[in-house]
Design a protein around this ligand. Sequence first.
Ligand code: SF4
Ligand code: SF4
Length: 247
Amino acid sequence: QGEVLIATKTHAPDVATARTHIEKALHELGRERLDIVHLHAARLADPFRERAAVLELLMELQQQGVIGLIGISSHYVCAIREAAKHPEIAVLHPLINRLGRGILDGSAKEMADAIHAAAEAGKGIYAMKALAGGNLISSALESINHVRQLSGVHGVALGMLSNQEIDANLDLFEQRDPVLSNWQTLQQRRRSLRIMERFCTGCGSCVKACSEGGLSLVEGKAVVNSEACVLCGYCAAACPEFIIRVV
Ligand code: SF4
Ligand code: SF4
């Protein structure tokens, strides 16, 4: 295992489902212990109230040695502020990017301040969505570096789809000089728009935000017309559910 830590999360709304998630993670990873388990309540403003029973289960499993550290992942500034006060939470996984895309109750500055305060309170912090779900891919290097240098951020979680992306990120995070041509290639690669359909409420905000005819509502769900989409990202910024990704 070396220095590798494995983090996972449960979005379960109840204890029985959360227990199933933990057992499944242990089984599929072939482990007896999970290093970090997050209470994944990305879209809940008050997970400590709405997921209280699940949090208690995680604490119980931690006492039994099945879980190393308990974390919380959130898109809410208020949840990160609250988590900083909870001694049972050791790790925070907040959403932050240079444009503040996806933060549900505040600005990038407010989230950055909450992160700083939480780190001062002793929490370990690794950020998510530094590229705003792929919407900042054309400025990936600048956007990742922006999050890395924020006060209190100890690490950044990055989704990677190719060996080239893994190599570029390793160069960057192992303090080697990033090979700019590699980053330019990654930043210019043709991407596509994806909508996480099962979370789509059919509100239509994305359709209104698109002047290219790139989206329509079909049976209550937003659907992409790839021929028309120019990947400008305006729809992603307009989506209240933060479910539009550039991949
Ligand atoms: S990325 Fe731009 S062009 Fe494509 S669907 Fe969204 S708003 Fe329309
Ligand atoms: S803005 Fe988001 S939730 Fe609303 S229709 Fe578009 S994709 Fe669905």
